[in-house]
Design a protein around this ligand. Sequence first.
Ligand SMILES: NC(=O)c1ccc[n+]([C@@H]2O[C@H](COP(=O)([O-])OP(=O)(O)OC[C@H]3O[C@@H](n4cnc5c(N)ncnc54)[C@H](OP(=O)(O)O)[C@@H]3O)[C@@H](O)[C@H]2O)c1
Length: 316
Amino acid sequence: MKAVVINEFGGKDNLTLADLPTPEPAEGEVLVRIRAAGVNPVDWKIREGWLKDLFPHEFPVIPGWDLAGVIEDTGHSVKRLAKGDKIYAYARRPVIQKGTYAEYTAIPESYITRSPDSLSFEESASIPLAALTAYQAIYDAVKLREGQSILMVGASGGVGGFAVQFANLIGAKVTAIASEKNHAYLRDLGAENTVCYTKDDYDEQIQRIYPSGADVVFDLTGGDTLKSAVNYVKADGKIVSITEDPQPHLPADKGIRSHFVFVEPNVKQLDHIRELVDSGRLKTYLSSVHPLADVQKAHTEMETGHTRGKIVLNID
Ligand SMILES: NC(=O)c1ccc[n+]([C@@H]2O[C@H](COP(=O)([O-])OP(=O)(O)OC[C@H]3O[C@@H](n4cnc5c(N)ncnc54)[C@H](OP(=O)(O)O)[C@@H]3O)[C@@H](O)[C@H]2O)c1
């Protein structure tokens, strides 16, 4: 099978196309013909070796944690899914090695579920990691409620696009921080207010919207942005981040509760997300689709840190 591999950590020149043996499904596994793989910022961070102390890895590493495709074969004791099913998955395995930038993968059935009927493979592959991250931050961590206010910093990227829509579905009021070119896009997804982070009056604009702070701040950017984001949370509000633990940045004299989310595979949540998509309540936005052979271009684009929505690899 064709697959993208890296044989050592480093720059995007290390991403090469290789011919590898097609895996066979073991007991409890399915063999998936991958038709599209989502590209996420974590893919280039892994490629650079930034996560090598967090996860064990074995070279050659096939990068990628998102997939959409078709079940080609099933191993012994696979019950829920069958050959021919169109599926999608957030396929983060315990060891970084058997990723999704490949024509095939053999993977436990527990990672996989049916993909939205209404979407192409590319659209389905854009969803799992980013939408699960937004879901686990909004529903599980901060338990956002109808009528609450939520400020999202870095709202126009892969995770933010889903987060804005989940908050909107809950009936919360969203203020989305992003560059101006993305404001119409974010309002279309359901943001009530948009603020540009490069404007001189950025702080004043947020103060005007939330004179005593937002119920929830969702930080999707980290660094200095996270440090200033704590100033925009209500005294008894919540902050959730997906880039670093907000706790060290919190003022001791307030009752702010903080959460750091690291996304976990969750098939039940992917089933709920499929229902939302197929009933027209959740959309995905693709900024670009690249053939597998152009993986270096896809990483170049991802590394800008300014993607609107999602980048996907097409694996025909
Ligand atoms: N913990 C987890 O489980 C988890 C899961 C997924 C992602 N992540 C991490 O979370 C971050 C976001 O992921 P993503 O997939 O959404 O990334 P992405 O698709 O690259 O989007 C990043 C967005 O951030 C915006 N941005 C850049 N600089 C900003 C600033 N100073 N202030 C406000 N917005 C800014 C950009 O918008 P503009 O173009 O409008 O500037 C861009 O749309 C990444 O660091 C990623 O590694 C963590």
